[in-house]
Design a protein around this ligand. Structure first.
Ligand SMILES: Cc1cc2nc3c(=O)[nH]c(=O)nc-3n(C[C@H](O)[C@H](O)[C@H](O)COP(=O)(O)OP(=O)(O)OC[C@H]3O[C@@H](n4cnc5c(N)ncnc54)[C@H](O)[C@@H]3O)c2cc1C
Length: 293
């Protein structure tokens, strides 16, 4: 979206409109300011928000900077979940030993997110909260049935990622809430997450991407959840197509027909909706090839 509008405006606005700035000392502090000003927004790593401000796609009254709040970047095992604090940067996550042991696919995915300078600032919670339909992490959260932990005036609540993304950059975060962490269920016996995407250059947003949650039994795919990104206005779950694949295996025409009936492919500057449909169909094959490799 940002990329399209920037192109259409020819870089016309490159300075943000005026806003006030507030450095939150703790979570309660941030929640209080946000609850009382519906035009205030959270600033985390600033890697998506600041370009949007400079292009005047957004003109909030106040930026509530949460980046200095301590204790929001933990990465720990919490019961049956891997918990990642909202302020853990993409680089923190990639370097983390627990992530490499418990959820190695997350590291492969983050290697495809932007470039090192952006990954050093961009946060896990920021990516989840922003809900860019072309971003990898929202699709991963949906594919893994992750829980998004929100903190608000009435305390904490947890919402499943499948219910969190409502539309284009639209999430279930209430005015008084901030994302404090994400809980990914730990892998079960026979479970693998596989990921692939097609992009023009390494680090660019994907033209189309797929994250598959696979349950293997005797080396065969026993259950499958397919979640596409950069295809529509939010992570696209393709249950009908997954079921078809389980019944018939990989058949390009059949799967393409099924995907076209299930997902409202939205073209962008890099690829038409028809191209995205083709790439999505091919991505299923690429994932299956990885499984067989
Ligand atoms: C050139 C470039 C290339 C990129 N390529 C990719 C890519 O390929 N894939 C990809 O996934 N991302 C990409 N990104 C985005 C990057 O991953 C960002 O880090 C991420 O989207 C947002 O994280 P942030 O911490 O910078 O959030 P910010 O920019 O600070 O905030 C983004 C939005 O989320 C809200 N927000 C942030 N944190 C919270 C919170 N804890 N609670 C509630 N709301 C919150 C903000 O109010 C804002 O609306 C790219 C960015 C750039 C500049």
């Amino acid at each position: 979206m940002i990329r399209l509008i920037c192109y259409l405006m020819g870089g016309k606005y490159m300075k943000a409109a005026n806003f006030s700035y507030y450095e939150a000392k703790n979570i309660q502090d941030a929640i209080k300011i946000k609850a009382n000003d519906e035009e205030a927004v959270i600033l985390a790593g600033g890697q998506s928000l600041l370009p949007a401000l400079n292009m005047r796609l957004s003109s909030p009254s106040c930026l509530i900077d949460i980046s200095k709040i301590s204790g929001l970047n933990d990465i720990i095992i919490d019961g049956d979940y891997l918990f990642i604090g909202a302020l853990a940067t993409h680089s923190d996550v990639m370097r983390n030993e627990i992530v490499s042991q418990k959820m190695p696919c997350l590291i492969d995915i983050l290697k495809m997110v932007a470039h090192p300078a952006i990954r050093n600032k961009g946060t896990h919670g920021g990516s989840i909260a922003y809900g860019d339909p072309a971003a990898e992490l929202p699709a991963l959260a949906v594919a893994t049935n992750a829980e998004i932990i929100l903190s608000g005036q009435n305390g904490d609540r947890s919402i499943n990622a499948n219910d969190f993304y409502l539309g284009l950059f639209e999430t279930a975060i209430n005015q008084d809430e901030i994302v404090v962490g994400i809980k990914y269920p730990l892998l079960k016996q026979g479970q693998v997450f596989l990921f692939d995407e097609v992009c023009r250059r390494h680090g660019d947003y994907a033209m189309a991407g797929l994250i598959a949650n696979i349950i293997l039994s005797s080396n065969k795919v026993n259950d499958l959840k397919l979640v596409f990104f950069a295809t529509g206005d939010k992570p696209d779950v393709a249950d009908k197509t997954a079921k078809l694949f389980l019944q018939t295996g990989y058949d390009y025409d059949q799967l393409k027909n099924s995907l076209s009936s299930e997902i409202d492919f939205a073209g962008d500057l890099n690829s038409s909706s028809e191209m995205k449909l083709h790439l999505a169909t091919i991505l299923i094959k690429k994932i299956i090839n990885k499984l067989e490799a």
